[in-house]
Design a protein around this ligand. Structure first.
Ligand code: CA
Length: 230
């Protein structure tokens, strides 16, 4: 398996940055370290890393603003690092577009595992796989056919688009307006609640085949994600 990804670590605490660098290098990645927020955007534009670990409290520019600026031009996976666990809900609500959050103090091993998980998650999109599998749900994009637990399920074009988007990026949280834009190709400003009824119908069709399983999770005040039932 190819693990040779380029990771950018943005962290101003030298010891933590070095620790992360060592562990990520041992895991087979190429690692760059930046210690100032205001240097990140130019770096990302020139070097295009495969993933960014981004601390929030940084000199020059804070990690949230850095994340916002990167999202204007790149969908590179970003894992935010925060010193406070309570901060995570707020961060998700800010719609920064980060892919995951890690709370300090962390074990470097946990960080390496999260990096691996995020990189694995983006793989299907890069390879443009035509068959997506999530648990018992199989989406064959070539045939435009969805089967759940072996049964074929008829979906409307919007439901199909929603499911496909969620299956390409399982566990990623999508804002309502983001989902609308992806499935319709348009930005329906102010109509983002219309997505709720499509999600509701999609959930109904899924739970008909998988009773009691809630795979599409609502992230309160934000949007939706596809998640393995616990
Ligand atoms: Ca810091």
């Amino acid at each position: 398996m190819n693990t040779n990804h380029t990771i950018l670590v943005v962290e101003d605490e030298r010891k933590i940055a070095e620790l992360l660098r060592d562990y990520l290098m041992k895991a087979g990645h190429d690692v760059f370290v930046q210690d100032r927020g205001d240097r990140v955007v130019p770096f990302v534009k020139s070097r295009m890393p495969d993933l960014i670990l981004l601390d929030i409290m940084l000199p020059g520019m804070d990690g949230m603003e850095v994340c916002r600026q990167i999202r204007k031009f790149s969908s590179v996976p970003i894992i935010m690092i925060t010193a406070r666990v309570e901060e995570i809900d707020r961060l998700i609500g800010l719609e920064l577009g980060a892919d995951d959050y890690i709370c300090k103090p962390f074990s470097p091993r946990e960080v390496v595992a999260r990096v691996k998980a995020v990189l694995r998650r983006i793989q299907p999109a890069q390879e443009e796989k035509t068959v997506l599998i999530f648990g018992a749900i199989v989406l064959d994009d070539e045939k435009r056919m969805v089967t759940i637990d072996g049964q074929e399920v008829k979906l409307t074009p919007i439901e199909y688009g929603l499911l496909k988007t969620l299956m390409i990026h399982p566990n990623r949280i999508f804002a309502r307006n983001e989902l609308i834009k992806i499935v319709s190709g348009y930005d329906f400003d102010g109509y983002d609640r219309t997505i709720d009824s499509h999600i509701k119908n999609l959930r109904k069709k899924i739970s008909h085949c998988l009773p009691g399983q809630h795979v599409i999770t609502t992230v309160y005040g934000f949007g939706y994600k596809l998640e393995s039932p616990r």
